[in-house]
Design a binder for this molecule. Structure first.
Ligand code: ATP
Ligand code: MG
Ligand code: FE
Length: 352
């Protein structure tokens, strides 16, 4: 089947064509992403109304480019999938409404995709990972461990009680005047810094639960930065390095604990963990994850960065997996600003 996927839940306008073969393997035929960095640059964060307007202005062009690069016409798609939540509601409505109109005009099924499910299933597109597996989702809006048992079958094992990890990276970058989006800038700065000069807290880590907390760490970074005046480049690099080291400690420790739980719940089963979200691009975190998973004899899958951040291919693939199970949605599906993966209605509902 050939699926068109549409993603507009945050600050990327994206569309892709993905083909899923009968044996369950998938391939990306086209994957077009337009990031709204310029629109939001002056504000140091995503402005929802500006995001929605940019999606309106660009989505048609992005879809046309996705079909052109795939060498197909819209009438050749077997289904239209779009993120229906969670996310910024204005943007979600732009993508979902466009998908509904296309599905109605083409007479093809609609799949209303949960954005987090799209992140969760990406590793099956890129690496054919089999159920069950653990997902560590670390993005601008989420930091969670989720047990992925099947399409629509999720169990959340832990989450952040305050900031998301990507958000913490972005805020630290802003504090240190490193630019936006902050993750890659903090990572670059940390390479030049001494991670031992500042010893930052690892909030919640002493507690025996799989949750995260990053706001205390961010405050400690702010206090450290404020204690130095004027702050030099080297100071900022050292603080960035100390912050990133605290983060890799936290992620490493929690991942080890999550894998222990996986092995207890699935004895004799190969433990697997897949990473999703923009923070998965961070090399220091990747190295920490490799170390921990190797020690645990677990399998680690980190899809390429372009498929870890928001994109249309992951939405198309999630749509393809649902479609293959006969699970499509009605044209009156209501967009959801909040839609946790472990909510009751995530299960297969077969168009009901
Ligand atoms: P969500 O998917 O939760 O709605 P989002 O769309 O903002 O949120 P993504 O696009 O998956 O999230 O990821 C963006 C986040 O990833 C940003 O916070 C960014 O700073 C962070 N990020 C990107 N590259 C890196 C990196 N190399 N190191 C750390 N963080 C990074
Ligand atoms: Mg984004
Ligand atoms: Fe996302």
């Amino acid at each position: 089947e050939t699926i068109l996927g549409i993603e507009t839940s945050c600050d990327e306008t994206a569309a892709a064509i993905v083909v899923r073969d009968a044996d369950g393997t998938g391939r990306i035929v086209s994957n077009v992403v337009r990031s709204q960095l310029d629109e939001h640059a002056a504000f140091g964060g995503v402005v929802p109304e500006l995001a929605a307007r940019a999606h309106v202005a660009w989505l048609d062009h992005i879809i046309a480019q996705a079909t052109a690069e795939a060498g197909i016409a819209l009438k050749d798609v077997d289904a239209v999938a779009a993120t229906a939540g969670p996310g910024l509601i204005g943007g979600v409505l732009v993508g979902l409404t466009t998908a509904k109109a296309l599905a109605a005009a083409l007479g093809k099924p609609l799949v209303a995709v949960n954005h987090l499910e799209a992140h969760a299933l990406t590793a099956r597109l890129t690496n054919g990972v089999a159920f069950p597996y653990l997902m560590l989702l670390v993005s601008g809006g989420h930091s969670q461990f989720v047990l992925v048992c099947g399409v629509g079958d999720y169990e959340r094992w832990g989450t952040t009680i305050d900031d998301a990890l990507g958000e913490a990276f972005d805020k630290v970058a802003k504090l240190l005047s490193l630019g936006h989006p902050g993750g890659p800038e903090v990572e670059k700065a940390a390479l030049k810094g001494d991670s031992r000069r500042f010893r930052f807290p690892r909030p919640l880590l002493h507690e025996n639960r799989l949750d995260f907390s990053f706001s205390g760490l961010k405050t400690a970074v702010r206090l450290a930065a404020e204690s130095i005046a004027p702050i030099t480049d080297q100071d900022a690099w050292d603080i960035a390095a100390g912050f990133q080291r605290a983060v890799t400690d936290i992620i490493g420790t929690r991942t080890r604990q999550a894998l222990e739980r996986f092995s207890m719940e699935f004895p004799g089963q190969q433990a697997r963990i897949v990473v999703a979200g923009g923070v998965a691009a961070n090399k220091a975190i990747g190295a920490a994850l490799r170390e921990v998973t190797q020690a645990a004899g677990a399998e680690l899958v980190i899809p390429p960065p372009a498929l870890c951040t928001d994109n249309g291919a992951m939405v198309a693939w999630a749509g393809a997996e649902r479609l293959a199970l006969g699970d499509t949605d009605r044209l009156d599906f209501v967009a959801r600003p909040r839609w946790p993966l472990d909510s009751d209605d995530m299960g297969l509902h077969h168009g009901a």
